[in-house]
Design a protein around this ligand. Structure first.
Ligand SMILES: NC(=O)c1ccc[n+]([C@@H]2O[C@H](COP(=O)([O-])OP(=O)(O)OC[C@H]3O[C@@H](n4cnc5c(N)ncnc54)[C@H](OP(=O)(O)O)[C@@H]3O)[C@@H](O)[C@H]2O)c1
Length: 174
């Protein structure tokens, strides 16, 4: 996999936020395959007041623009599914629109795959389950290129059918 190169080092940080199961599954039938309120809460805390980038299919699945965030949607059509979203035609265009601010890449599978080689920071939620009939995945990534810098466990409980762990990874230099 390509590392974050000089061009990436000179741009605002690219940050990925994703929740995946033990097999890196992230979605099924264009929906999240679980309901984990405390993970959504963390997603909100990470992304509010930020610029987020999502693929058109993920944008469609949300049902509306996410409030209090600038919603960029990667699409070849030039069209966005909901008011309050902005179409972009490439990852570079999204980074230019974000300007000096970090760009938060929030899925889905196609967009994570495009962005991962350029990312410097990953906020992952590792969900302790194996989803059947998943059809969207986080890309395979080389753990050796990344250093875990923070983690926190969350047990299954009445509101969460699965246990999960938050793990932040920073790209190792070089
Ligand atoms: N677990 C999580 O953290 C998480 C987070 C987000 C989403 N998800 C899930 O992920 C699934 C959706 O992921 P997905 O991989 O199917 O779709 P996606 O990545 O959300 O969107 C794919 C779309 O992005 C556009 N696109 C892709 N590459 C492009 C490029 N190089 N240039 C311009 N546009 C490009 C195309 O839109 P056009 O067809 O309009 O051209 C393409 O159809 C859903 O199940 C969703 O719930 C999970």
């Amino acid at each position: 996999m390509a590392g974050a190169g000089d061009a990436d080092a000179m741009q605002a940080p690219l940050v990925l936020v994703a929740a995946m199961d033990r097999n890196r599954a992230i979605g099924r039938d264009n929906q999240l395959p679980w309901r984990l309120p405390d993970d959504l809460q963390r997603f909100k805390a990470l992304t509010v007041d930020q610029t987020i980038l999502m693929g058109r299919r993920t944008a469609q699945s949300l049902g509306r623009a996410l409030p209090h965030r600038r919603n960029l949607v990667l699409t070849r059509s030039g069209q966005v599914p909901y008011a309050g979203m902005e179409a972009v035609a490439s990852l570079d265009e999204a980074r230019r629109r974000a300007g000096a601010a970090a760009l938060y890449v929030v899925g889905g599978g196609e967009i994570y795959a495009l962005a991962l080689p350029h990312a410097g920071l990953l906020h992952l939620t590792l969900v302790d389950c194996a989803i059947e009939r998943a059809d969207a995945y986080f890309p395979a990534f080389d753990q050796g290129e990344w250093r875990p810098c923070w983690r926190a466990q969350h047990a299954a409980d009445g509101r969460h059918a699965h246990a999960f762990e938050f793990v932040d990874y920073r790209r190792r230099p070089g």
